[in-house]
Ligand binder design. Structure first.
Ligand SMILES: Cc1cc2nc3c(=O)[nH]c(=O)nc-3n(C[C@H](O)[C@H](O)[C@H](O)COP(=O)(O)OP(=O)(O)OC[C@H]3O[C@@H](n4cnc5c(N)ncnc54)[C@H](O)[C@@H]3O)c2cc1C
Ligand code: FES
Length: 292
């Protein structure tokens, strides 16, 4: 794809098949630093044809400001719009944080590999998220819940630094209604917090300690999203408990520029995390030097 040049009004010209004009239709503040953006592709045919799988990402372009990759956080079965949950960290994301509904943006994608949730049908699914890792995890969570009867035991373990940083709290009760074991833990409590304080690995240790799970561990799939330090400890525990590395899936985030294997910004050796990832099984991750 050649990079679209900008017109006088800042709108990109020459959008290709992957690129769509879109509108931010709703913005919800979730925490002090994260907002949920509902984004609708303008062209009805392109909107209908925009299909993605859990774990994939889009490149979001704010005309005149920049472009950056974001995981699609809504269900792949949701038609009409996509949801992105974005943390304000720098130039573009802080600019986005000041926008309101009605603003026009560009969406390219979907790009990258996905969590193979269809292959997990009939088996247990363990979803583990640390911090912003709950954002890419929300799409496979929704897919599993929409097809709940097709999966065995489903557990979500979600950790954040503080209760005020927890994302999608308004949906936690709904997730539990689908016979899902949801455990939420924070590094440090705040006034009013009655849940556990500690690390994700504390909860995971309790779960893996149950004989029932260990017995069926070869029928368990794990999806892990979070900071690299969390991957290492969580995946080590899962492997020690007997989970095959090929059934542990992680999403690796690297700095990305083009999102399409063309700019060499995201590669680890000959592997491009934008095309060959961002979702990898843990066996592949261990074979990628300095991946985590
Ligand atoms: C596949 C993928 C999916 C992503 N999904 C999400 C998502 O769903 N929600 C979300 O909020 N963010 C997500 N990110 C990160 C997001 O792309 C960056 O936060 C964004 O590019 C920052 O742009 P900026 O112009 O605001 O920051 P800049 O001004 O470019 O940088 C500000 C600061 O953020 C750091 N930074 C920028 N990009 C990254 C990155 N990729 N990883 C770690 N640090 C970074 C910089 O080092 C710098 O310290 C994702 C990244 C990738 C690669
Ligand atoms: S982001 Fe350009 S090659 Fe991956």
């Amino acid at each position: 794809m050649s990079k679209p040049s900008c017109s006088k009004n800042g709108w990109p010209q020459g959008l290709d098949d992957y690129s769509h004009r879109a509108e931010i239709t709703n913005v919800y503040a979730l925490t002090a630093t994260e907002k949920l953006y509902q984004i609708q592709i303008i062209d009805p045919v392109a909107r209908r044809n925009f299909l993605f799988r859990a774990g994939q990402f889009v490149m979001l372009e704010v005309p005149g400001i920049g472009e950056a990759p974001f995981s699609i956080s809504s269900s792949p079965s949701r038609r009409g719009d996509i949801e992105l949950c974005i943390r304000a960290v720098g130039t573009m994301t802080n600019f986005l944080g000041r926008l309101e509904r009605g603003v026009m943006v560009g969406i390219s994608g979907p790009f990258g590999t996905c969590f193979p949730v269809e292959d997990m049908v009939g088996e247990d699914v363990l979803l583990l998220a640390g911090g912003l890792g709950i954002v890419p995890l929300r799409a496979p969570i929704m897919t599993v819940l929409e097809n709940r009867s097709r999966y065995g035991r489903v557990d979500i373990i979600y950790g954040a630094r503080r209760p005020s940083e927890l994302l999608f709290g308004y949906q936690h009760a709904m997730w539990r209604q689908f016979d899902v074991g949801l455990e939420v833990i924070v590094d440090e409590g705040e006034e009013g917090w009655q849940g556990p304080v500690g690390l994700i690995t504390d909860i995971l240790g309790q779960r893996l300690g149950q004989g029932e799970r260990c017995q069926f561990v070869d029928k368990t799939n794990a999806i892990v999203c979070g900071p690299p330090v969390m991957f290492k400890y969580v995946c080590d525990m899962l492997i020690k408990a007997g989970l095959p590395m090929e059934k542990i899936f992680v999403s690796l985030e690297r700095r990305m520029h083009c999102g399409q294997g063309k700019c060499c910004r995201c590669n680890i050796g000959s592997t491009y995390t934008c095309v060959d990832g961002p979702v990898f099984d843990y066996w592949s991750v261990l074979n990628l030097k300095e991946a985590i």
